[in-house]
Design a protein around this ligand. Sequence first.
Ligand code: NAD
Ligand code: IPM
Ligand code: MN
Length: 359
Amino acid sequence: MGRAAEQGKKRIAVVPGDGIGKEVIAAALEVLRASDAPLAFTEFDWGADRYLKDGTTLPGYADESGFRTLERDFAAVFVGALGDPRVPSNVHAKEILLGMRFKMDLYANVRPVKCLDESLNPLKHAKAGEIDFVIVRENTEGLYVDRGSHTGEGTPQEMAIQEDVNTRKGVERVVRYAFELAVRHGRKKVLMTDKSNVMTIAHGLWQRVFKSVAAEFPQVTASHMYVDALCMQMVRDPKQFDVIVTNNMFGDIITDLGAALQGGLGMAASANVHPGKTSMFEPVHGSAPPLAGKDQANPIGAIATAAMMLAHLGLAKESEKIDRAILEAVRQKKTTADVGGALGTKASAAFIAEQVARD
Ligand code: NAD
Ligand code: IPM
Ligand code: MN
């Protein structure tokens, strides 16, 4: 670690994970190397193979020392995907991926929704350029806290309760993050989406906090929509959105819908951020077991995620080079089949890496 720091390089912990995670991360690393960004990579073998071999998910999970090491020694963490049919409990994904989000307190999950080209636009009544907004998903609370109770299993009285935890601190910081992101990126509107007409207790808190934080940002227009209506509007008229902030579970769901507006899960990027702390970057998609090992996975989601990581680390020039190269690949259809091209994962990444190296 000393050496990378001495050479002025930022240390990146790389966790390719499972399935296509391994392929898209290898692809994105090739592009990062071509960008000449001053980074030093350390790869970790955390994922289903390691778990099945020796029972380890993330070393130092139990006492949290593994997370402290990541925070101390690395500028960022770059993750592929976690999830494997051989681990039906999904415990390794929970401890590695959700572990990082929760134990490193990465409270803002930033997931841009931008359709880069008409060829990727699934809507016949909107233009690609009209699909350009950012979803900010709360990332450390809500239904993801894995709390609750289960009684009477197998009996007619069986009851399963999954608790939805929303704290003022947790809601307030992510809502403020959304407004600050809007200001930073010159965006004019922040919309909060919830189901406060039904979840009156939890989303009542969201309503009150959103109104009070919005009052601190008079230059930004604040509005609200119930999440069911929002799903309809995301398809019907996506140009109305600028920044959307929401809870953990709704954020998970609407960002897959957002991925579809960008040409599919293979295109969607994300950042898990706590300002000032080591943050984690991963594409929105999962490990796609049926695609794994076939050189078919679209690497662009991971490559665009790498560009988000560079921007976060203050390497704007390198980040922009990668974004330009992605755009070129999409325009020339030098892409994988899911987005209309005829290339494999490796060739798609090689084209982007070449553009980046030449830029
Ligand atoms: P998935 O994202 O893996 O796949 C959903 C669909 O999108 C599939 O049809 C798949 O082929 C397609 N797809 C996904 N990524 C693609 C890419 N890069 N290129 C082309 N097509 C792509 O979601 P799933 O099938 O619901 O889940 C599979 C596993 O991944 C599960 O174990 C799940 O828990 C896990 N998962 C992990 C993450 C993560 O690590 N961040 C995210 C989502 C799902
Ligand atoms: C995502 C994924 C994860 C989530 C899973 C794999 C735990 O779907 O990053 O969107 O639900 O957050
Ligand atoms: Mn998801």
